[in-house]
Design a protein around this ligand. Structure first.
Ligand code: PLP
Length: 399
């Protein structure tokens, strides 16, 4: 009688959080670990956002529940921001404010998926998508894109796995973990394919402002307006404004869908903390100068980490053009002795464990993203740490 539900037993823990937790535990023991695991900007939240939160804390009206779907002024500001950044109009009634982008993805799948429904999840994927599909009773269908194709899936690949149970496809550009930005042509092709076959599109745009080398995020809702009736946009302030811990995200969906999400959230968590919502209001209604500065710093690190990874024998890192991740092929390091003890790793998971134990650097193995033979390095860390960490990796690989 003490068994856990099948639902939860079927789910893998978050691998990215697991690496981060292990690295933090080793750090707490006094071991000097350099963490490339967490998808978390190392900058402070911009001052004007913090000030808005401080003011909100002092206002005695802000201790209350807000409407479940979010403060009306925040929903209106998100609609405005969508017009500014994505170039098309949505109504505030289509917005639901959630506890981080993560909850937006989770609730979307709960509202969309019936048992046995299939959701196409292009791999390498953000580690939570397939687990959330399973939690909704659905079946994640992974489609692995190739390095050669810049980690962008083709419509032919999607068509090859489509069945009459295909309910939705996940699009995540700029991508975690690949750091790729899907070109407008591919975005349009996928949208037209989804329109033709009545497939919902879940577009996770949480890294929208972190693009480099002149690349820009292509927004499905602007590229192919006809698909807005089957489009759910997932977004949040975490990555753009260095606000991971504030837990504010949102989704934008057709109105009937947003209402259904709000009903679910009403039984799950009610509203997001009022103070966090007011901080998010300052963030989304302000300009993008703070994120421009962060992007410039990320860009320098991106170029550095790509260069340093490619200098390590046995490592191939395609150029990342978005988000703050380098996703590199380490298959040539497997099956060979490396490091001071001649450790042989047979998988990227074993390699990540060896690097943590022996080189004291934390990276997330490709297994967490449906792509064995890869490691993901987040470059959202201090420049000196980045350099030192890469030197440790190189020394370990050359030993
Ligand atoms: N979507 C992607 C692709 C992510 O990488 C993350 C965080 O790592 C999230 C959503 C969730 O972000 P949060 O819940 O912190 O807003």
């Amino acid at each position: 009688w003490q068994t856990l539900s099948n639902r939860i037993q079927n789910v893998a823990p978050s691998a990215t959080l697991a690496v981060d937790t292990k690295a933090k535990a080793m750090k707490a023991e006094g071991i000097d670990i350099i963490g490339f695991g967490a998808g978390e900007p190392n900058f402070p939240t911009p001052g004007y956002i913090v000030e808005a939160a401080v003011e909100a804390c002092r206002d005695p009206r802000n201790h209350r529940y807000t409407p479940t779907a979010g403060l009306p002024e925040l929903k209106a500001a998100i609609a405005e921001k969508t017009k500014r950044d994505s170039g098309y109009s949505v109504d505030a009634s289509q917005v639901v404010v959630t506890n981080g982008g993560k909850q937006a993805v989770y609730e979307t799948l709960q509202v969309l998926v019936d048992p046995g429904d299939e959701v196409i999840v292009p791999a390498p994927y953000w580690t939570s998508y397939p687990e959330m599909v399973k939690l909704a009773g659905g079946v994640p269908i992974s489609v692995l894109s190739s390095v050669k194709h810049g980690f962008v899936p083709t419509v032919d690949q999607l068509e090859a796995v489509r069945t009459d149970r295909t309910k939705a496809i996940v699009v995540n550009s700029p991508s975690n973990p690949c750091g790729s930005v899907w070109d407008a042509q591919t975005i349009r092709e996928i949208a037209h394919w989804a329109l033709e076959h009545h497939v919902w599109i879940l577009s996770d745009e949480i890294y929208e402002h972190l693009t480099y080398d002149g690349k820009k995020t292509s927004y499905i809702g602007a590229e192919v307006p006809e698909c807005r009736e089957q489009l759910i946009v997932l977004n949040g302030v975490a990555k753009t404004f260095a606000m991971t811990g504030w837990r504010v995200g949102w989704l934008i969906a057709p109105r009937f869908f947003a209402q259904a999400v709000s009903k679910l959230q009403g039984h799950l968590s009610s509203n997001v903390s009022d103070v966090s919502q007011r901080a998010a209001l300052a963030a989304v209604s302000g300009d993008l100068s703070a994120v421009s500065q962060m992007r410039e710093a990320f860009d320098i690190r991106r170029q550095r980490i790509e260069r340093m990874l490619n200098e390590i024998p046995g490592v191939f890192c395609p150029k990342p053009t978005g988000a703050f991740y380098a996703f590199c092929d380490v298959s040539a390091l497997l099956g060979q002795p490396h490091g001071p003890h001649g450790t042989v790793s047979h998988s990227s998971a074993e390699l990540a464990a060896a690097l943590l134990e022996e080189a004291h650097i934390a990276a997330v193995p490709g297994e967490a993203f449906g792509a064995e033979g890869y490691l993901r390095f987040s470059y959202a860390l201090e420049d000196n740490d980045l350099i030192e960490g890469m030197q440790r990796f190189r020394k370990w690989a050359e030993a």
